[in-house]
Design a protein around this ligand. Structure first.
Ligand SMILES: NC(=O)c1ccc[n+]([C@@H]2O[C@H](COP(=O)([O-])OP(=O)(O)OC[C@H]3O[C@@H](n4cnc5c(N)ncnc54)[C@H](OP(=O)(O)O)[C@@H]3O)[C@@H](O)[C@H]2O)c1
Length: 271
């Protein structure tokens, strides 16, 4: 079976993508090929996933039409330099690296090679990821559709202008970590009131899931949904008052802005 998708740098995000692709049956194990740097990781990954895994990126670049580059931002340049002569208009290069712009990606591959910059998050591993894609100069519409379908197989995906990529990184790229802290804190509140830890965590996680699903399903402004569950002189408004005193809004806004700034700085380290 021909290799459909090669993932160079099958670490946390690369492996998460693999899980999503397999779960949604977008490609079979035989249609995937992976590479990592160390032999130890290669052997462990191949044994665990049953997917052909190499330490030779060039072999992946020859075999796969779609090549996902999922190494750390600082390694993207060396990886592209190592396979550049094997690329061209027939290949599709998809980068997941935070803060590495299209201009630099395109500068490292032969002219005419379609390149797409993406920002997924870890929830791609369970089919609930959020990925933004920005196509480079020479990406035919059907290639962008194909790339979008890879990430849609692993959750939601949308195309944004590259100028928004740092904001996406600070919001949905880093966002799962913020939400884990929110869930943990809500659960701590339950534990403080005597709930067993596992019960409190389930209550908190399902509450976040339900609220998020409601926002996506109804398309309503979150403030309107909040108003719907906040009875005048009821219980919830007292909780909201505490949140406002704790400056939860400004803290979350600043978290997104700070992470986006950091994403912008990564560029200087990458090249
Ligand atoms: N983690 C996230 O939530 C997330 C979200 C969005 C985007 N991203 C982006 O995704 C990229 C990967 O992040 P990650 O968290 O998945 O990193 P990671 O777990 O460290 O994975 C990177 C992988 O790249 C491999 N690697 C390093 N140099 C290589 C080379 N020259 N050739 C082939 N493979 C090589 C490493 O192999 P060894 O294990 O053998 O060293 C490792 O498995 C980053 O650019 C990051 O900005 C991450």
């Amino acid at each position: 079976m021909a290799t459909k998708i090669g993932i160079i740098g099958a670490g946390k995000i690369g492996e998460a993508l693999v899980q999503g692709i397999l779960a949604q049956k977008l490609a079979s194990r035989e249609e995937l090929m992976l590479s990592v740097r160390s032999e130890k990781h290669r052997a462990e990954l191949e044994a665990r996933t049953g997917i052909r895994t190499l330490t030779d990126n060039r072999e992946v670049a020859v075999a796969a039409e779609t090549i996902v580059i999922a190494v750390k931002p600082k390694n993207v340049g060396e990886v592209l330099d190592g396979i550049a002569d094997l690329l061209g208009p027939k290949k599709l290069v998809i980068s997941t690296a935070a803060g590495v712009p299209l201009e630099l990606l395109e500068g490292r591959v032969p002219a005419g090679t379609p390149v797409i910059r993406t920002m997924p998050n870890m929830a791609v591993a369970i089919g609930e990821g959020m990925t933004a894609l920005s196509p480079g100069k020479t990406v035919p519409a059907e290639r962008l559709d194909w790339a979008t379908s890879i990430f849609r197989a692993c959750g939601r995906a949308l195309v944004v202008g590259e100028e928004h990529m740092d904001a996406v990184t600070g919001l949905s790229g880093s966002g799962p970590a913020y939400v884990y802290i929110i869930i943990e804190s809500l659960a701590d509140g339950g534990v403080k009131l005597g709930l067993p830890r596992d019960v409190a965590t389930e209550l908190a996680a399902q509450t976040v899931l339900g609220a998020a699903a409601n926002v996506l399903k109804t398309g309503e402004h979150p403030a309107k949904l909040k108003d719907q569950v906040t009875t005048p002189a009821g219980v919830t408004i007292d909780g909201i008052l505490e949140l406002e005193e704790g400056r939860v809004r400004v803290t979350l806004i600043k978290a997104v802005v700070k992470a986006a700034e950091r994403a912008r700085q990564l560029l200087h380290k990458a090249y």
